[in-house]
Design a protein around this ligand. Structure first.
Ligand code: NIG
Ligand code: FE
Length: 405
């Protein structure tokens, strides 16, 4: 039996609290213990508290007076793809828009072409590089979507890569309805039938959630409803990209279908927020994609918190709209652009994110019985995580009690 204690934490940010997602003012309560200690046995946290109250095992990890907190839980990423889109980024820097580039055959479809041409091992090698980026940023769990294959074999190839990812915890989501691939242009109905009848049954063996890009020019509400109802019949739980570029009622659809999360929500209004609250849909806000697309339209995080929604923050890591794996960058954007306090942002990036992946009893906080997924950050005050930007602060990162970065 292996046991160790982490001692000498200026702040032990526990996120201890009720065993459910945090809302309203609870999002500001981080359960900080000054000079706190955690004891870990066989990968599980067995004791947490102030140093004077805790009996220490012989093996000690000295946090050197720094902040210790749960690993970030990044509840929305697209980490499996070939190549990148630096060429399109350059075009956008000269004024082209994301929509124009995608209408001309670029965007998601350009990544699909490269990803189809790559072998599973090549994709795994690329994903492993990004895994290191996540870990070095203090992220210990990601939700990972397919969606750059868009045919049966290629989607399954992506899901197999996700199943091989480690030591990070990767939770698989099937996103076959991410775009209409080249060979189905002008034949959306045929592609929807392919997704429903061939992809969903096969993907179910490898994915827990089903997602969709619900947007009038890709999968409008009516098409999304059909695909996601079929997904539910196959036993998928739902996460959805909604209201990113238009308010087309995507948040209301997420509520109607009982989705676990509705993600993006840049254009969602009061009716959508109310519907999500009534149906207990968790909003996953992705300010990295607003920033990287050069938009100013951030989701209305304050209205969502005031309505009592259990807000989540995530990177949306992908090669197009949000090429960042950094949860710290997301905390910075949340505070500067969406007026979330550093404490609210940390809650949204840990315990609320864990609940949005239905793993709130295992991860997302430092409490006895939970997995020892945590990071030691090179700062003395948790607010510094959102305040300094462009400086990764994670110094050592542990998953299940083992040091991984
Ligand atoms: O969440 N909006 C759809 N999907 C991604 C972008 C994917 C891409 O551009 O490759 C998003 O922003
Ligand atoms: Fe996304």
């Amino acid at each position: 039996m292996s046991a160790f204690a982490v001692v000498n934490c200026s702040e032990l940010v526990t996120l201890a609290g009720p065993a459910r997602p945090r809302v309203h003012n609870e999002m500001r309560e981080l359960g900080v213990i000054r000079d706190g200690v955690i004891v870990v046995r066989d990968g599980i946290i067995t004791n947490v508290g102030p140093r004077r109250e805790i009996e220490l095992p012989t093996e000690i990890v000295d946090a050197e007076g720094k902040v210790v907190m749960p690993g970030f839980v990044d509840a929305h990423t697209h980490p499996v793809f070939a190549g990148n889109r630096a060429d399109e980024f350059e075009k956008r820097s000269s004024g082209a828009t994301y929509r124009e580039i995608s209408a001309a055959g670029g965007g998601i479809r350009s990544t699909v072409r490269k990803t189809r041409a790559a072998t599973e091992d090549e994709l795994f090698a690329a994903a492993s590089r990004y895994t290191q980026w996540f870990l070095r940023g203090g992220t210990t769990t990601i939700e990972a979507k397919s969606g750059y294959g868009l045919n049966l074999d290629a989607e399954l190839k992506l899901l197999r890569v996700i199943s091989r990812m480690g030591p990070i915890r990767a939770i698989p989501t099937f996103l076959g309805a991410h775009e209409i691939p080249d060979e189905y242009r002008g034949r959306r109905e045929d592609y929807i039938n392919l997704v429903i009848h061939e992809m969903l049954p096969a993907a179910r063996k490898l994915a827990e959630y089903c997602d969709i890009f619900c947007e009038p020019h890709v999968f409008p509400v009516e098409a999304a409803r059909r695909i996601l109802r079929a997904a539910k019949e196959h036993g998928f739980k739902l996460r959805m990209h909604v209201d990113q570029l238009h308010n087309s009622g995507g948040a209301e659809l997420a509520a109607e279908l009982g989705a676990v999360t509705a993600d993006h929500l840049e254009c969602t209004g009061a009716a959508g927020i109310e519907a999500m609250r009534d149906a207990r849909v968790q909003p996953v806000l992705l300010p990295g994609s607003v920033y990287a697309l050069g938009s100013k339209r951030y989701p209305d995080a304050r209205a969502m918190i005031e309505a009592g929604l259990a807000v989540v923050l995530a990177t949306d890591f992908n090669p197009g709209s949000s090429p960042t794996p950094s949860m710290q960058m997301i905390l910075s954007l949340a505070s500067t652009q969406m007026k979330m306090t550093p404490a609210e942002s940390i809650t949204a990036a840990t315990i609320n994110a864990a609940y949005s992946l239905e793993r709130g009893v295992e991860i997302g906080s430092l409490e006895p019985g939970k997995r020892a997924d945590f990071a030691i950050h090179d700062c003395t005050d948790h607010r510094e995580l959102a305040y300094f930007f462009g400086v990764p602060s994670a110094q050592s990162v542990y998953i299940g009690g083992s040091r991984v970065a």
